[in-house]
Design a protein around this ligand. Sequence first.
Ligand SMILES: C[S@@+](CC[C@H](N)C(=O)[O-])C[C@H]1O[C@@H](n2cnc3c(N)ncnc32)[C@H](O)[C@@H]1O
Length: 203
Amino acid sequence: MEEQLQKSLVQVARFYDNRKVGDAGFLGFRRSTDLSILFSCLGPLLDEKIIVPNESLFLDLGCADGRVNVFLSYLAKFSIGIELDEWTLDEYMQLRSELDKALKKDGLLTPPENIFLFHGDSMDEDVHGAVTSKTGISFEQFDLFYTYLIMHEEFAGLIVEKAKKGAIFLIYGLQKILPRYHGLRLLEHISPMEGILAFYRKE
Ligand SMILES: C[S@@+](CC[C@H](N)C(=O)[O-])C[C@H]1O[C@@H](n2cnc3c(N)ncnc32)[C@H](O)[C@@H]1O
């Protein structure tokens, strides 16, 4: 990976990891992905061609403040998120402007203009329609789906029903015991990566 890109990703991970939400207290449902762990996964993700730079279409099902979207925007062609709670999604802009300022100050790369975040239920066909209207991407075109454990069974069902063959479902927050889903094949040779991220491929 190019040095400037690598440095920028490290800075993005540091920025958001210093602003974690829900690790303790009543906002537990809002726990956020540790981006430094995701950074450690990038080498294998690229080697395995799970992410193909500037080609992969990424969708975070429950994106909260969009931090995973921002992180993966540097590698994906489009980085799209759907979030149920409007007030959570609203935090995106404030964090982004702080992040962009910090990146610019250090002469690093700001995220590309390929991030689109939507308010709504990730299961809702109308929200999928809104994604298509705005970005031209239909649910069937996404290469990579992501969740931090939230509704993983329902999302697995949705992916089995609607995603293209070969699409990958990444589930963050798992440990040694990995769930199985009918219609999705667990990629056992790389799961759980860093002890926390599992990969499933739609058959
Ligand atoms: C644990 S947080 C993870 C946020 C982010 N993906 C990350 O990894 O840092 C899960 C988010 O999913 C949202 N959520 C739960 N059910 C959802 C649904 N059906 N559609 C969209 N968002 C949902 C919650 O409001 C919460 O903000």
